[in-house]
Ligand binder design. Structure first.
Ligand code: MGD
Ligand code: MGD
Ligand code: SF4
Ligand code: MO
Length: 722
């Protein structure tokens, strides 16, 4: 069956077609049960959310005869606290049993992007792909092959345990997976040497909580519940965000700097703290390095200068610095949002210095809160996940995922990329410089293989599509980057249709390629068992069996987790580094991106494209009709002054454009953004929007100052009425 729709399909048309069952391929025949199970008895198993979300909730799922009869939050997991978020509440219907789900392998039958495919068997698909791959490797070498995957499935097995072995074995190009977190982590490591600070559940002890560039009301909902508990005990909540986010609306104080100016703001706060002499000198003397350099450095970040850079009032900067330094316990929560700026890593580096300057780390519930994945780095047996020793220390070239468009269109890469494997990601939507990515995906000489649940915008350009299982249909073990809970995921049902886990796809391909190494053929359940089979103290009381019984368990950590109460930083010196001569910048500095005068004139507005959709997880779920309805229109928030200059009224249809692309969008005039800044949601699928482009058609593949992340928000645009 063909889909004769192309990029220009509009959303209403898509929804009408999908509701008639014609927009998907082969989609009508597999709805709701696979027909594989004959067992009428009910069974309940534990699973965990596969999304790239800091909360990592866990659930209980009951099935009868391969049909889900109950899907509920796991009451044993105090962090999930009995609630899955809105995005996941109806997951079995929204994804697993959705009538648009891809359930057989498909081969392209029309032009790339046309969405025309025919069903084929796994045998045919694997045989043809293996033959073409062998050919490419023989002619161009393994580096002509590029894997492209990200956090679409956070299970340690399905994220890439077998895939990584496959690509290392064939000598494929490596992918630098830096679109999320790497710039933030690089900045924090430069200061503290570790990213695990205050644990999320300890936030209830804080009394001054700064949510710096993060929007937990939407992006970290279970932490938000704990923040509300802290608030009910008297904590003051401050949000630092250039956008009036849902979180800032619920905070006591919204500090709204210009985008990308946080490094200057943090250095300005340090200026005030040091000049007012309200720092914790004893903590500084014992546990930090470079205070003299820092003190001298911050003199140029006086409140007047910082006010000019950030657009904040001078009084705001002074008041914020004093309140922060004089409140106890004070906590700064950072996550990811702020890193997508050209100065992003420096901002995290500078912000991470504040708790050492004020001695906030001394107090339970005080300090900096970032990620928790390092705990699992210690706790688990990574031998089962990491590459086997004979494949480690790869010498093959790396390609940064943010520069996918550039790489696919490069005439300089030798060899060029001739085969692209996409899984757990939807780059035609989520990768910056969308039009360049799509131009690359349209190349006739590129073999594109995508493993997916749905006919995403990326799969539209595939030569072969492989149907992936959903989290309800495969084994996995899930660590977390936002909590200290370890979760197991037990399959609740048999795979629907002909879907297979990512691991099995790569095993079948390895077999067809003639690879004999045992490491390809370890089963998923064996990998899970081996991963949790660890003698580390954090795993005391946690085993495969206990996880099956409980679903999720908290790592066995000391009851009062205060990592830097007495210094103990994981830097080279063991101290918090205010100054580091080994880094390109010995001290963090505010270095704005330099636009040409011409560019500033043509594209004067600063574009934020952020995670405002409550009901999407990046681009996931953004194809589901009732979810799209809940999310509403694709809106551009624009300040009344900017709207006035352009004669734009609320509800007008707009074109937002720059040198890379344009999107069509509806105006929403509001004070959520200040003059000079506009904001649109990320995650919408281009093929479901008028004009066939979404936010990333405007963003660039510029990299961040450290960590080689994506400066996605360093984007200038102009807006006009259409
Ligand atoms: N509902 C929902 N939840 C999600 C996701 C989703 O798509 N939808 N995605 C998940 C993923 S992958 C991630 S990484 C996390 C991210 O979670 P967060 O880190 O909370 O990330 P964002 O929502 O991207 O950004 C948070 C805020 O940072 C602000 N921001 C942007 N630029 C700057 C700046 O220069 N300075 C400051 N101070 N703030 C800035 C934005 O305006 C935004 O309100 O959320 C996860 N949770
Ligand atoms: N403009 C802008 N762009 C951004 C961001 C932003 O804030 N603004 N945020 C960035 C961030 S923080 C992130 S993390 C990235 C996320 O970008 P992506 O990693 O592309 O995330 P998703 O859009 O959720 O796409 C994941 C895909 O994996 C698929 N999937 C899920 N499970 C499986 C599985 O088991 N097997 C296979 N084969 N597929 C599976 C899902 O169906 C989905 O289509 O986007 C980045 N892009
Ligand atoms: S998306 Fe996040 S908040 Fe929602 S169920 Fe999954 S882990 Fe929990
Ligand atoms: Mo992310």
């Amino acid at each position: 069956m063909d889909i004769k729709k192309n990029n220009t399909i509009d959303r209403r048309e898509f929804i009408e077609i999908s509701s008639k069952g014609a927009a998907g391929i082969s989609l009508t025949s597999f709805a709701f049960t696979s027909g594989c199970g004959t067992d009428k008895t009910s069974k309940t198993v534990h699973g965990a959310c596969y999304h790239d979300c800091p909360d990592r909730c866990s659930w209980n799922i009951t099935t009868v005869d391969n049909t889900v009869t109950s899907f509920k939050a796991n009451a044993n997991n105090p962090y999930t606290a009995g609630n899955l978020c809105d995005k996941m509440m109806d997951f079995p219907n929204d994804v697993t049993f959705h009538s648009d789900r891809i359930l057989t392998p498909l081969k392209r039958s029309g032009a790339k992007g046309s969405g025309e495919f025919v069903k084929i068997s796994w045998k045919q698909a694997i045989t043809e792909v293996a033959a073409r791959l062998k050919d490419i490797i023989a002619q161009k070498g393994g580096e002509a092959v590029l894997p492209y995957s990200f956090g679409g499935n956070q299970g340690l097995v399905q994220r890439g345990a077998i895939a990584n072995r496959f690509f290392a074995h064939i000598g494929a190009s490596q992918l630098e997976r830096t679109i999320c977190g790497d710039a933030a982590v690089a900045g924090i490591l430069a200061t503290n040497g570790q990213t695990t600070g205050v644990l999320p559940e300890d936030i209830i002890h804080s009394r001054y909580i700064v949510l710096w560039g993060t929007n937990p009301v939407l992006s970290n909902q279970h932490l938000w519940s704990l923040i509300k508990q802290a608030k009910s005990k008297g904590a003051k909540i401050i949000t630092v965000d250039p956008f009036q986010s849902r979180t800032s609306e619920e905070s006591d104080w919204h500090i709204q700097p210009r985008p990308g100016t946080d490094t200057a703001l943090a250095l300005g706060l340090m200026h005030v703290i040091l000049n007012e002499n309200i720092q914790d000198q004893e903590y500084i003397d014992n546990y930090t390095l470079g205070i003299e350099h820092l003190k001298e450095h911050v003199q140029k970040y006086d409140p007047t200068t910082v006010a000019q850079i950030t657009g904040l009032g001078k009084e705001t900067i002074i008041a914020f610095a004093k309140e922060y330094a004089q409140s106890t316990p004070s906590l700064i929560r950072v996550l990811i949002g702020m890193e997508h700026q050209v100065n992003g890593a420096s901002a995290f580096r500078a912000v991470a210095m504040l708790p050492a300057l004020t001695g906030a780390w001394r107090h339970f519930g005080g300090g900096l809160m970032h990620m928790t994945y390092e705990l699992f780095g210690k706790a688990l047996n990574w031998e089962s996940i990491n590459l086997p020793p004979e494949l480690a220390n790869l010498k093959t070239r790396s390609i940064n995922m943010i520069e996918l468009g550039k790489a696919l269109n490069s005439s300089e890469l030798n060899p060029g990329i001739n085969a692209l494997f996409v899984y757990n990601s939807n780059p035609a939507v989520t990768t910056p410089n969308q039009n360049l990515v799509i131009k690359g995906l349209k190349r006739d000489d590129l073999l594109t293989i995508v493993s997916e649940h749905f006919l995403t915008d990326t799969t539209r350009y595939a030569d072969y599509i492989f149907p992936a299982t959903s989290v309800l249909e495969n084994w996995d073990v899930l660590s977390s980057w936002g909590t200290p809970y370890l979760n197991i995921n037990e399959p609740a049902i048999q795979p629907l249709g002909d879907s297979k886990p990512n691991s099995e796809f790569f095993r079948l391909l390895a077999k067809e390629m003639g690879f004999k190494e045992d490491y390809f053929y370890e089963t998923d359940i064996d990998i899970v068992k081996k991963t949790v089979d660890s003698q580390h103290e954090y795993m005391e009381g946690i085993s495969f069996e206990s996880l099956r019984k409980m679903g999720g368990q908290k790592l066995n950590l000391p009851t009062k987790w205060m990592p830097h109460k007495k210094g103990n930083f994981k830097t080279s010196s063991g101290k918090c580094h205010f100054f580091d001569p080994n880094l390109e910048q010995a001290l963090p500095d505010f270095i704005p991106f330099k636009y040409s005068d011409e560019e500033m004139k043509q594209y004067p507005l600063y574009l934020l494209s952020i995670k405002t959709p409550k009901n999407f997880l990046n681009s996931s779920h953004a194809n589901v009709e009732h979810i799209l309805k809940k999310e509403g229109k694709f809106y551009l928030e624009i300040n009344p002054k900017d709207a006035d200059i352009r004669h734009i009224a609320d509800g007008d249809e707009l074109k937002v454009y720059n040198q890379r692309g344009r999107v069509f969008i509806t105006a929403r005039i509001s004070n959520k953004v200040q003059q000079g800044v506009v904001c649109m949601p990320q995650g919408f699928w281009p093929s479901l929007l008028d004009g066939g482009s979404s936010a990333n058609a405007l963003t660039s593949h510029l990299l961040t100052d450290m960590g080689r992340g994506g400066a996605i928000q360093e984007t200038k645009v102009e807006v006009k009425k259409v």
